[in-house]
Design a protein around this ligand. Structure first.
Ligand SMILES: *[C@@H]1O[C@H](CO)[C@@H](O)[C@H](O)[C@H]1NC(C)=O
Length: 162
């Protein structure tokens, strides 16, 4: 998703809800938490074909600020790489661009549209990269994922409550 300017909001809360287990693949900022809606801490993170999933990251910027962020997201399932649509959420105050500030926790939420054209019941990974205004990587993580259909998700929910 190059050319799309990301809006980042700064959170002043340092309390963490538990996120998912992730692997850092070269973040310049300190990536502290990745939260994917519907995913538990323990891998794999189940992604449901056709769903829109909010994904939140929290990171700490120690050395430098960013005015703009671009992100590049890949879902790699069954040796096929797909780029899901990813839409960053806006800052709370509209028309205000929120830069990444130094020595604070920044929080960034994006909504990912899981493609419908993926193999079911396969494991792979989600790799999420964020670049700054000079095109250099500031954040990178990957998460172990497994695909499921909306019906499978529903059956799991019914099993849990029943
Ligand atoms: C972009 O990020 C790199 C780290 O990957 C950093 O060294 C560089 O200073 C950043 N550029 C700007 C303009 O902040």
């Amino acid at each position: 998703m190059f050319g799309v300017q990301l809006l980042v909001q700064v959170a002043f809360i340092t309390v963490h809800v538990s996120g998912v287990v992730f692997q850092d693949c070269g973040s310049a900022y300190d990536l502290t938490a990745v939260t994917i809606e519907g995913c538990e801490m323990r891998p794999p993170c189940f992604v449901t074909l056709g769903e829109t999933v909010p994904v939140n990251i929290e990171f700490y910027a120690r050395n430098f600020v960013s005015r703009e962020l671009d992100q590049d997201v890949v879902l790699s399932i069954n040796f096929v790489n797909l780029r899901p649509d990813v839409t960053p959420e806006r800052c709370e105050v509209e028309s205000v661009v929120c830069p990444v500030v130094i020595n604070a926790i920044s929080s960034l939420t994006s909504v990912m549209s899981v493609p419908t054209s993926m193999a079911l019941n396969r494991r792979g990974f989600l790799r999420w990269r964020v670049y700054n205004e000079s095109g250099q990587q500031v954040l990178c993580y990957s998460v172990l994922v497994q695909t499921q259909s909306p019906f499978q998700k529903l059956m799991k929910q019914l099993n849990k409550t029943g």
